[in-house]
Design a protein around this ligand. Structure first.
Ligand SMILES: Cc1cc2nc3c(=O)[nH]c(=O)nc-3n(C[C@H](O)[C@H](O)[C@H](O)COP(=O)(O)OP(=O)(O)OC[C@H]3O[C@@H](n4cnc5c(N)ncnc54)[C@H](O)[C@@H]3O)c2cc1C
Ligand code: FES
Length: 284
């Protein structure tokens, strides 16, 4: 029998169950409630995520939560998270600064099918914080812009002060590589832009339904109306991709918290084709 001293403990860092230590490199205030965190993984290995996937982020003593990766998958051991402060974990994260440590596990779930989207016209429709996971895909598309047809982003938000990634949106718009339309529910006096729900942008759009894919991420209330408007444009259910947000605990298909009928959103989603979930009454 080997002695304890001679035994080696094997750390399988590729295990999906294991947490990895990460370091906050920069914190940027985006709005009153949302901050962008630039994060470096301490073991210097890449996160290895696809756009639309999420990680489980934990701070000992405060808990753990699923958070989407907001950066594209091309940044070495660095990645970005945009987090809204709503409770225990997310408020604790907002109190951290450069050099503070967090734990992450993942990436988990199925993201957007980047290869299937190539050569298509893309219609991104984001509501509120839905722009966070979508940004990873938008940046992936812009990095290889010539592989896609026309690209539209329709973005609806409560008020002008809640617009996320304002500088990036301006810069993307200036390049002419993406056509951006923003609308707010409640304007303030200085707001010169559009007011109303995001679906009002859809009817006037010139869309070739035979080569358009729609990517929709937002609050559950938005989905029903967006899906109806996309149906009016004759975009097929298999060309509509939605990211569903459900309460998650394990992120690994073990606890059942995210279950809708027979589907575990953490494993088979969070990104789904509309045609694959249309039959699930509780999904949308
Ligand atoms: C796949 C996925 C990706 C996500 N990506 C992001 C992201 O990129 N950025 C971001 O800011 N948030 C994201 N969220 C939401 C985030 O996980 C919750 O806001 C977080 O779990 C709250 O944790 P907390 O400990 O701070 O709040 P708690 O103290 O647990 O709760 C505070 C409040 O938030 C509500 N809440 C808790 N969990 C959720 C949840 N999963 N959905 C909605 N409300 C919840 C509670 O009912 C309570 O009102 C994502 C959720 C999922 C499922
Ligand atoms: S979060 Fe546990 S099964 Fe999906």
């Amino acid at each position: 029998m080997s002695s304890l001293k001679s035994q080696t403990v094997s750390h399988n860092i590729s295990s999906p169950y294991l947490s990895r230590l990460a370091r906050i490199e920069r914190v940027t205030r985006l709005t009153e409630k949302e901050r962008l965190f630039n994060i470096a993984i301490e073991d210097s290995k890449t996160l290895g995520h696809a756009p639309g996937q999420f990680i489980m982020l934990s701070i000992p003593g405060f808990g753990e939560a699923p958070i989407s990766v907001s950066s594209p998958p091309d940044k070495g051991n660095m990645f970005e998270l945009c987090v809204r402060a709503v409770g225990n974990l997310t408020n604790a994260l907002h109190n951290l600064t450069k050099e503070d440590k967090i734990w992450i596990r993942g990436p988990y779930g199925k993201g957007f099918p980047v290869e299937n989207l190539k050569h298509k016209d893309l219609l991104f429709i984001a509501g509120g914080i839905g722009l966070v996971p979508m940004r990873s895909l938008i940046k992936t598309v812009l990095n290889e812009r010539s592989s896609y047809g026309s690209v539209h982003l329709l973005y609806g938000i409560k008020g002008p002060d809640e617009i996320l990634f304002k500088d990036e949106l301006l810069q993307w718009g200036r390049t002419g590589n993406i056509n951006i339309q923003i609308t707010v529910d409640k304007p303030h006096p200085e707001w010169k832009g559009h007011t109303g729900v995001v679906t009002t942008f859809i009817p006037p759009l010139k869309i070739d339904e035979t080569k358009t894919a729609a990517i929709v991420v937002g609050p559950p209330v938005m989905y029903k109306y967006v899906i109806m408007s996309l149906g009016d444009k004759r975009i097929a259910g298999h060309d509509i991709y939605l990211s569903l947000e459900r309460r998650m605990k394990c992120g690994l298909g073990k606890c059942g918290h995210c279950q809708i009928n027979s589907i575990y959103v953490c494993q088979e989603g969070p990104v789904f084709r509309l045609s694959n979930i249309r039959y699930l009454r509780e999904a949308i």
